[in-house]
Design a binder for this molecule. Sequence first.
Ligand SMILES: [Zn+2]
Length: 287
Amino acid sequence: MNKLAILLSATITLCSSALAVAANQSEPLNLDELTTAFGWDMDATAITTEKVTDNLYVLFGVGGNIGVSIGSDGVLIVDNQFPNMMSKIDAAVKKLGGDNIDLAVNTHWHFDHAEGNLVLGPRGTILIAHSNARANMAKGGIINLVQSKYRQQPYPDKALPVLTYDSGMQLYYNNEIIDIRHFSPAHTTGDSAVIFRKQNAAHLGDVFNNSGYPFIDADSGGDIDGMITFCAQTLAQMKQGATVIPGHGPITDLKALEDYIRMLEAIRGRVSNMMDEGMTNGGSRLC
Ligand SMILES: [Zn+2]
C-alpha cells in the first residue's frame, strides 16, 4: 500500500470540513447514514443542466457530475449518481430531447458515480467501465474516507458493466468519437477519462475534483503519482480550448486542470518532505 497516498489522503481529508461531520466513525456507514452525515437530500435536490456543446451536457444533482451525449444514435451518459435520483435524471434527459439511456459509462466504482447502475442495468442500459472498476463493484468494499468509512455493497450481476477494458476503448456514437482511457491507478485502480474528441471535452471522474480537496482512495489502490500522471496524460490528449468536466464541482477548462496538477505536485512534495522528517498522520498537525 502506498504510504504517501495514505498520508496525503489523511492530510487533505483532515482539512475537509464536509468529512469532519462524520468524524470518529469507526464502523463503516451505510448509505442512509452517509447521506445524513453529508447533508445530502435526494428528495429535495433537483437536477440542473449545463450545456457544453450542441449535444453534450452535464447534469448536476447529488453525487458525481453526469455527462450526457444526445444524438441520432441515442443517449450515452457518464456516471449516474443514485437510484433515488434516476427519475429526475430521466426527466432531465427527456427535456434535452433524449429518450431512454442506452449507454452508461462509470468513471470508477464509487457509489456516488455508479449506484444508478442498480436501476439502469436491470432496465437494459449497456454499462461500461474499466475492468478493475467492475471487479470492485462486484465484490463491494469499504471506502476509507479517513475520518469515516463507507461500506459499498456488492452490485448484483444485472448492475455490473457488460463492456470492460484495460487501457482504452473507443466508441463511435452520436457522430462522435468517444475515447475511454485508463492511464494509471489514480483516484482508484479503475478510473476512466471519457474524451469526446470532436467536441473537445473530457470527463475525468474523481481523478479531477473541482469542488474541494482531492481524494485518493488509497485502500483501493489509489495513488498520488498516478493522480498526477492520469491528469497530465489526459491533458496531453486535449486540444486548446477544451472543456474539462470534473467528477465534482463546476465545469472548467485546461488551465484549471493544469493548476490542479501543479497543486497535486506541490502537496506531494510537501507531504513527502514531512514524511522524510518523520511526521505521521496521527494528528491535524499536517493541515
Ligand atoms: Zn470517487
